[in-house]
Design a protein around this ligand. Sequence first.
Ligand code: ADE
Ligand code: ZN
Length: 330
Amino acid sequence: MFLPKAELHLHIEGTLEPELAFELAARNGVTLPYADTDALREAYRFEDLQSFLNLYYELMAVLRTERDFEDLANAYLARAAAQGVRHAEIFFDPQAHTSRGLDIGTVVEGLWRALGNSEANHGVSTRLILCFLRDESAESALATLDAAKPYLDRITGVGLDSAEVGHPPVKFRAVYEAAAALGLRRVAHAGEEGPPEYITEALDVLGVERVDHGLRCVEDPALVERLVRDRVPLTLCPLSNVRLRTVDTLADHPLPAMLDAGLMCTVNSDDPAYFGGYAGDNFDAVRATLGLTDERLRELARNSFLASFLEDDEELRARYLAEVEAHTFR
Ligand code: ADE
Ligand code: ZN
């Protein structure tokens, strides 16, 4: 039995497995510049975040219809459920699709066909988080939020992703203010490749409630102290950090030290089709390589539900937390 957990850092476009990419390419008459799935997998050798993003955006060309987004999300939910994920707060990148001529409604409605039935079909509750691409303009982010207005009953919050360095959180002050005024929850990637100052800025300027990655906080003791004091959740993605060379090897990952420091860490998969594992695989890897005790693993699972946006269903959160406490390791 997998430890029950919430996944809080998951890009739905990053769950596109090579087999599904080729299936959708055939269905939509799109030609991919790879001979087959093996050739595509050969391209999964990344130097850094940007080299990954180049492939990530390239493969999105196969996503064209509501049914494509539905199939993508159902494939993820089935795999996540099989690894103990009970609740998933799922990122999507509308600008990566509207820039290719798709309507944002195609994306949201398609994802919702899967997410809206996920509790019944997969036993996984879900929330949807709209991410702005930080290497696009602030105006484009505002236009995206505006285009999303008809769908806000399906969208719980906003996030910020894509190429981090050179695109500080302050660039998106206005759109985060507008999102807050609409009652949306706020998160942002910060401190993945960018400096600790971006984490501070995401908290102070964007008012984020969770920090996605936040890994580089360890370089600033005063920031660590603040994150501990305020119990700010960090959505760490260990296998992603290895594949994108944010850490040299998994054995070098600061997760154990971060937990020892009292940081509210969670473990997530980021883009599991590209980084070698889903949520349960990330838990297994940190257990095997970093020697986390059963109680540390239970703490990570507990944190994931405590940090989730389940304020609208505290009964469900309590049920999940009870599942975590009842779990027996072997
Ligand atoms: N988009 C998808 N995965 C991402 C990551 N790890 N960092 C920033 N943007 C992303
Ligand atoms: Zn991410």
